[in-house]
Design a protein around this ligand. Structure first.
Ligand SMILES: Cc1ncc(COP(=O)(O)O)c(C=O)c1O
Length: 393
């Protein structure tokens, strides 16, 4: 059975052009970039070329890019690295209630060290209100971390407006902080990003969300912003991230960033068309269904719908048996199926949150796959509703 993969937000397949670029670095070009001989210099040059391409993707300078092992490390580095930079004292971080666990868990950890963390709510469309940031800024706020776009329901956050508010606050109080971080794991390579326009000091990226390899990411750190490294060892990455560089993965990330930049506008347009087609088909053909997350301020590839009266997991498993891969808005923890924190933050009733299904499209998705997905989903919904204890009006 030829499978249909509609879970690009979880991870993307590696682009064949990326793999081709990486291959020599897995075979003949194997030197340690810290070595002074020819093999080392070859590897070092490859890293610097990749750094330039990753920097170009977000309009940063190459020296502002630190390679990490992925989005999770970049987020941990940003939050803990800024916190540790400050002397012992009473501090506050502002974030949102819809962040990925790779932000929420480091926040929890910092709370255990005595840092106060404020979790801003979102409106019914999944958007943070920039005025809530303004209201919560105090002299103790060292960092604001708000994601660029949400991985579950795709809402694109008002990062530029928040950046302006923070900048005004800093100017008024004549301070160099709070610093502003955004988790751009779902947007780097998918939306145009200019770190200067966004007004961010730190930004997280991950290669496996943009057709690059897994286990490689980057943190953008604005020139002049000080951060404490938490990997100590060699002097790699300008003394900020010790360990021999993952050269093949870095080269792959560079190629993936280059391809993403080249095709950005075209891909956004293509995916937005497919996305709206799938949203319209689902909402028109399935009664008692609704779109989760803002309909326009939305990632071009994200469709998150709740289908009343059925659990998302039941639909996911049935679709999987038909050869279609998607995701749900629930998380299975300790054998209890509970709606995700993101679905709950939207204010959805638990039954509606449980009925959430996420399709995320990508570079290799075709219109015929959208139609086949709908064709397969309709009888699944009908069958599951017949056996559901929940009433559907
Ligand atoms: C918004 C967001 N942040 C962080 C991560 C973690 O990235 P990584 O898998 O590279 O550690 C993900 C991955 O799903 C994500 O969607």
């Amino acid at each position: 059975m030829r499978r249909i993969y509609l879970d690009y937000a979880a991870t993307t397949p590696i682009d064949p052009r990326v793999l081709k670029t990486m291959t020599p670095y897995l075979r003949s070009v194997f030197g340690n970039p810290s070595s002074l001989h020819y093999e080392g210099i070859q590897a070092k040059n490859a890293i610097e070329q990749a750094r330039q391409k990753v920097a170009q993707l977000i309009a940063a300078k190459p020296e502002e890019i630190i390679f990490t092992s992925g989005g999770t490390e970049s987020n941990n580095f940003a939050l803990k690295g800024i916190f540790y930079q400050f002397p012992r004292g009473e501090y506050q971080i502002i974030t949102s209630s819809i962040e990925h666990h790779a932000i929420l868990e480091p926040c929890k950890f910092l709370e255990s060290l005595g840092c106060k963390v404020i979790y801003l709510p979102v409106d019914k469309d999944g958007l943070v209100n920039p005025e809530d940031v303004r209201k919560n800024l105090t002299s103790q706020t060292i960092l604001v971390s708000i994601m660029h776009a949400n991985n579950e329901m795709g809402a694109i956050q008002p990062i530029e407006e928040i950046g302006k508010i923070i900048s005004e606050f800093k100017q008024k109080n004549n301070k160099s902080y709070p610093y502003f971080h955004t988790d751009a794991v779902q947007t780097a390579g998918h939306l145009p990003i200019n770190v200067n326009d966004l007004g961010v000091d730190l930004l997280s990226m991950s290669a496996h969300k943009l057709y690059g390899p897994k286990g490689i990411g980057a943190l953008y750190l604005k020139k002049g912003v000080k951060i404490k490294p938490f990997m100590h060892g060699g002097e790699q990455e300008n003394n900020l991230r010790a360990s021999t560089e993952n050269v093949p993965a870095i080269v792959g990330f560079g190629k993936a960033a280059e391809l993403a930049k080249e095709n950005l506008e075209k891909e956004m347009k293509y995916l937005t068309g497919l996305r709206d087609d799938l949203i319209n088909q689902l909402l028109n053909k399935i009664k008692n269904s609704q779109l989760n997350g803002h309909s326009v301020k939305r990632l071009p590839n994200n469709i998150n719908v709740s289908i009343g009266g059925i659990e998302g997991e039941a639909m996911l498993v049935s679709l999987d048996l038909k050869g279609i891969a998607c995701s749900t808005g629930s998380a299975c923890s300790s054998n209890i199926l509970k709606p995700s924190h993101v679905m709950m933050a939207l204010g959805l009733e638990p039954e509606i949150a449980h009925g959430s299904l996420r399709f995320t499209l990508g570079r290799f998705t075709r219109k015929s796959e959208i139609d086949l997905t709908v064709k397969n989903l309709l009888p699944i919904v009908e069958r599951l509703r017949k056996i559901s204890p929940l009433k559907v009006i």
